[in-house]
Design a protein around this ligand. Structure first.
Ligand code: FAD
Ligand code: NAI
Length: 472
């Protein structure tokens, strides 16, 4: 006997669990299925984000930043420390606790919102009169609508599978039991830079090998250049334009053969290697063929702008569909789909979806880059303001970087905001709000910002668009 619901959600990452909660708020009877297991085999909802992504990486970034400050910045404040050490096991245990708190929080939210949770793999069985039948273990569930939010997994280099001992995905990278003397990273994308920062701060000699000749190609060039300078100064070795060849993993570590940008054969020997070259959508366990769900050549679920698949009543959101692989993008899509199911007009604006790289300095941006505006032939004005001239940044002892505004040359509408520097992850929210309300740079320039605060750098960068900064 199958259990009937209005909606079955497969996947309880940010796309699935948030979509399930919103649908329940709108009055649907919702089931949510997720297969992630914690260390004891119990449920661990939250997906990649909670278990091996956003949350644990930020926990380790915080721990390692404290360590770096204690070792390098405290002395400037007159704080002396003797025998500074890092207990990696304790740091990892704290990270695991933070993850578990988030897992428990989601189970609580399911109860609160009356979402029925099933722990196990969900797979299509067949289309039925009432919609779709989905199996989870021995149970059969039916629903008129299905929301697929099965996420993504790390992409391995061809011929070099992850063993999570020497060759690590994001999962293993978050569980390294002691500080490796030499750490290699393939890919200088978001994971490479965040994970590289964690282990460099704790004492590893970190080398990043990147295939592309440009550093952080999706980031505004001026911002990427500033960030590159800061990372190199900190000791990250970043080699661009490389071609990775054979990788040999053994008891003594990992040897990576590669050709550098000049075409010279090179060898990198490291104790651990993290491969962070992008992610692939999770669709293999879904039994998509049973219902004729359309996938593209990458295995991603094909959806329209509203997250509708080719099947009536079947929707898909998050990393398993097109668009940026970001937790907040997945969440917004989950909410929008639930609202569309209820006949409302959910909407996700990719142009105002912020990006953040949680390195130090942090990098955050929203909207278009200067190179995109140039390529589109759009007439624009730019204004920048350095944190060096911001009183709060000086007091913090963190003056690296700048805020940069790009605005339409005629209407002054904000087209993009790019930040490299302290708390960029928080500062970018003001820019997102401004762009959602189609604000002009002058609007931000006229708003009163608290003093002393980093947000004054945002105001000053907006003033800089009109070439009238007050403090620089
Ligand atoms: P996921 O979070 O991947 O969740 C999918 C869930 O579905 C998983 O629990 C999976 O087990 C389950 N599942 C899959 N198939 C089935 C099935 N057949 N049956 C049952 N369950 C199934 N993004 C940010 O915005 N900010 C960050 O700071 C950030 N940091 C990151 C750091 C790292 C190291 C990584 C790897 C990613 C990071 N991301 C970050 C990206 C973010 O984690 C993803 O964009 C986000 O998790 C996508 O959400 P999702 O719901 O689409 O999928
Ligand atoms: P990524 O797409 O950010 O970066 C991958 C990098 O690897 C690129 O620079 C690419 O040119 C390079 N690369 C690809 N193949 C290569 C090869 N064979 N040799 C050398 N370099 C190669 O992917 P990453 O870092 O794996 O992260 C995946 C996604 O997870 C991100 O795109 C992002 O969406 C999400 N994420 C978000 C975070 C955040 O929001 N703070 C943090 C971490 C991940």
């Amino acid at each position: 006997m199958s259990k009937n619901f209005d909606l079955i959600v497969i996947g309880a990452g940010p796309g699935g669990y948030i979509g399930a909660i919103r649908a329940a708020q709108l009055g649907f009877n919702v089931a949510c299925i997720d297969e992630w297991k914690n260390g004891k085999g119990g449920p661990a909802p939250g997906g990649t984000c909670t278990n091996v992504g956003c949350i644990p990486s930020k926990a380790l970034l915080q721990s390692s930043e404290h360590f770096e400050h204690a070792g390098h910045a405290f002395a400037d404040h007159g704080i002396g420390l003797k025998d500074l050490s890092i207990d990696v096991k304790k740091m990892l245990a704290r990270k695991d606790k933070v993850v578990a708190q988030n897992n428990d929080g989601i189970l609580y939210l399911f109860k609160k919102n009356k979402v029925t949770f099933f722990h196990g793999r969900g797979a299509f069985v067949k289309a039925v009169d009432a919609g779709y039948e989905v199996a989870v273990g021995e149970e059969a569930l039916t629903a008129k609508q299905v929301l697929l939010a099965t996420g993504s997994s790390a992409r391995a280099l061809p011929g070099t599978p992850f063993d999570e001992v020497n060759v690590l995905s994001n999962d293993g990278a978050l569980r390294i039991g002691e500080v490796p003397k030499r750490l290699g990273l393939i890919g200088s994308g978001v994971i490479g830079l965040e994970m590289g920062s964690v282990w460099r701060r704790l004492g590893s000699e970190v080398t990043v090998l990147e295939a592309l000749p440009t550093f952080l190609g999706a980031v505004d060039e001026q911002i990427a250049k500033e960030a590159h300078k800061a990372f190199v100064k900190q000791g990250l070795k970043i080699e661009l334009g490389v071609k990775v060849g054979e990788i040999k993993s053994g008891k003594k570590g990992v040897a990576v053969e590669y050709t550098n940008a000049k075409g010279e054969a090179q060898k990198l020997e490291v104790d651990k290697l993290i491969v962070s070259i992008g992610r692939v959508p999770n669709t293999t366990g879904l039994n998509a063929e049973a219902v004729g769900l359309k996938l593209d050549e990458r295995g991603a679920i094909v959806v329209d702008d509203d997250c509708r698949t080719n099947l009536p009543g079947v929707w898909a959101v998050g990393d398993v569909v097109r668009g940026p692989m970001l937790a907040h993008k997945a969440e917004e899509e989950g909410v929008a789909v639930a609202e569309r199911m209820a006949g409302q007009h959910g909407h996700v604006n990719f142009n105002t979806t912020p990006w953040v790289i949680y390195t130090s300095p942090e990098i955050a941006w929203v909207g278009q880059t200067e190179q995109q505006l140039k390529a589109a032939g759009r007439a624009y004005k730019a204004g920048t303001f350095p944190f060096l001239a911001n009183g709060r940044a000086r007091a913090l002892g963190d003056t690296t970087g700048m805020v940069k505004f790009l605005a339409d040359a005629v209407s002054d509408e904000i087209l993009g905001v790019h930040i490299v520097g302290p708390m960029a992850s928080e500062l970018i929210a003001e820019a997102v709000v401004a762009m959602e309300f189609k604000a002009s740079a002058e609007d931000i320039a006229r708003i009163c910002h608290a003093h002393p605060s980093l947000s004054e750098a945002t105001k000053e960068a907006a003033l800089a668009v009109d070439k009238r900064t007050l403090n620089f």
